[in-house]
Design a protein around this ligand. Structure first.
Ligand SMILES: [Fe+2]
Length: 182
């Protein structure tokens, strides 16, 4: 299996936008935390978060190819098939078949919600944000408008209530606050 360092190297070589790299690191941290919660493979789940937007520079203007191009980019790179499929299905073009697929689908938008909450906090520090702070803004459409609420709420398909999902995701991102600059 590809190592975490090799995966990060691929990200840094292919993704030009520094904020997007931070988003991918955030998704990795959320996926690792979720894997721990479920007793799943943390390395495998982390990889899917870290690599999920690898093709963004090539598909930003071609959304139907988002994820599919990543599959091609990962060929021969020793990335386990479940990770490749989770990435391919995360934009919603393919059915979500496993818990990994479902987790990545919900983890992707929750990172944006949490970043927005951290920036809105008087201290601008993610460590000072709590679940209640985020929950209060969940239904405000203009708050983190890009973070698809239905997609986040799909965590319930894994049997995880929204509040718990936000809590786990927050914990994951808080564990890498320095890397995220939050
Ligand atoms: Fe993403």
């Amino acid at each position: 299996m590809i190592t975490r360092d090799e995966a990060l190297d691929l990200v840094q070589k292919n993704v030009s936008n520094k904020n997007l790299i931070k988003h991918m690191l955030a998704a990795e941290a959320v996926m690792r935390r979720l894997a721990r919660h479920f007793g799943e493979d943390e390395e495998l789940w982390g990889l899917s978060g870290l690599l999920h937007d690898l093709d963004y520079d090539r598909t930003a203007n071609d959304f139907p190819k988002h994820g599919i191009v990543t599959e091609k980019m990962l060929e021969g790179k020793n990335v386990p098939e479940p990770v490749v499929y989770a990435i391919k299905s995360h934009p919603g073009h393919f059915p979500r078949k496993s818990r990994l697929d479902q987790a990545l689908y919900a983890a992707d938008p929750v990172t944006g919600l949490i970043v927005a909450a951290a920036l809105m906090h008087p201290t601008k520090k993610i460590r000072n944000v709590n679940v209640e702070f985020i929950e209060r803004r969940f239904d405000e459409k203009r708050f983190a408008a890009g973070a698809n609420r239905e997609q986040i709420r799909s965590c319930e398909a894994m049997g995880v209530p929204l509040r718990d999902f936000i809590g786990l995701s927050l914990e994951g991102m808080q564990s890498i606050d320095a890397e995220l600059g939050l």
